[in-house]
Design a protein around this ligand. Sequence first.
Ligand code: NAD
Length: 494
Amino acid sequence: MTIADTTRRELLAGDPERIARADRVIAGLGLPSTGIAVADPATGETIATVADQDASAALAAVGTADAAGRSWARTTPRQRADVLHAWYDLLIAHRDDLAHLIVREMGKPLAEAYGEVQYGADFVRWYAEEAVRPRGDYRESPNGGAQIITRRSPVGLSVLITPWNFPLAMATRKIAPALAAGNPAIVKPAALTPLTTIFAVQLAVQAGVPADLVQVVTTSSASAFSTAVLRDPRVRKVSFTGSTPVGRTLLELASVNVLRSSMELGGNAPLLVFDDADLERAVDGAYAAKMRNVGQSCIGANRIYVQDGIADAFVEGLTERLAAATVGSGFGEAAVGPVIDDRAATQMQQYVDDALEHGATLRTGGHGFDGAGHFYAPTLLDHVDPTSLVARSEIFGPIAAIQRFGTQAEGVERANDTEFGLAGYVFTESLDRAFDVADALQTGIVGINQGVPSNAAAPFGGVKQSGLGREGSAEGLEEYESIRYFSLARRATS
Ligand code: NAD
């Protein structure tokens, strides 16, 4: 089905100087000349090749990291903190290089890439600060027969698997707490965006992380990697960020050696706008929650529910914002960059076509763009039928799908009608309603009058099938620690 196009405009080009700057960073990475091709999603051109490591190379990396981990586990918290502080400083000193690299391999606009650099570096600083607060306590047995001392030990060799959408932050959110707790790590970045992780780990080594301690493994065969590595008895932990189906597969593999498992999986975030919301705040918040990272965020506003009384005004406001958003290279002046690949652009069109067949109204966008790169126009669909594909899938792209609701109870019930539970949003000026709805939402994170709730100090993670465990905050460190206790017998003396 072809969609009538009212808002098609030219794509904005990237600044050649910025592109050249990114390529200088890539040239400095020391990459092999053959292997997995990494493409720029804005142009489709190959920008680098990284090693395509098979299962035996991955197992060799396990051995190397495991050996390096023994002395790291014996370092003091202060030594680990000093190295992490130095890594943070280097990430910030190289913020321009990192931001350009992120845009080149992942596509988001440069200003957002700078935001990711700070967000990603924040995890390193946070865990540098947490490293010197190792927790443990003292307890008494109720019958007086023992005194109990609890302490935390490093969980052991940790396998960290990350997605392509935040190539720096998803890596540092795992590597920093793993190191702070005293563990070695194997990092497997997504094959689509391995460069930022490779560079960040090179900076970690410059900062004083022992060279063998963190092994980056790049591979075109993710399943061969996980089948070999997660069944190796030297591995004790897996932390995964990505889609729920892959998370299920990894949990099955993790069951073989009963690995500690942290899973940050898919989202399907509801965003509720109530009649008593501040309209401008709701439009701004919904735009941010939807369009951050070109809609490719696990906490992106996926289902937007708007109460009947404010719906027309809200749809008008959000349509205006989306229609005005310029599209093009992340290295130019565009507000919206490419989606990650051609498959994603094709998927967006399928969502739109299906929604229209189910009676939705297209208010803006609804089309891709011809030519090089993978772009999709910021799109607003109103009156989306709950049975349509776009209402039941994780969209992961720049489509705002609006449904309308009557009562608070109805809005909450529809918001919770999903097996996912990562993030939710509520917009209202009533404090009571904000807390009532936030309490009722079955999600690990709730943004209240706020579209971007991510923060290194917060325990990020989901409920239901959105995951297990938390990242960021003190809880994020616990994921890399084993709690043990020593029990001292007490017998009265006379
Ligand atoms: P994905 O699940 O396809 O891939 C994620 C990573 O897992 C990649 O490195 C990939 O190579 C690897 N992988 C795939 N199959 C594997 C296997 N059998 N064994 C080992 N590794 C395997 O997800 P994606 O497309 O890269 O990312 C998008 C998904 O990630 C979305 O569902 C999104 O919601 C989710 N995500 C979640 C969070 C969160 O914090 N909860 C954050 C970002 C993204």
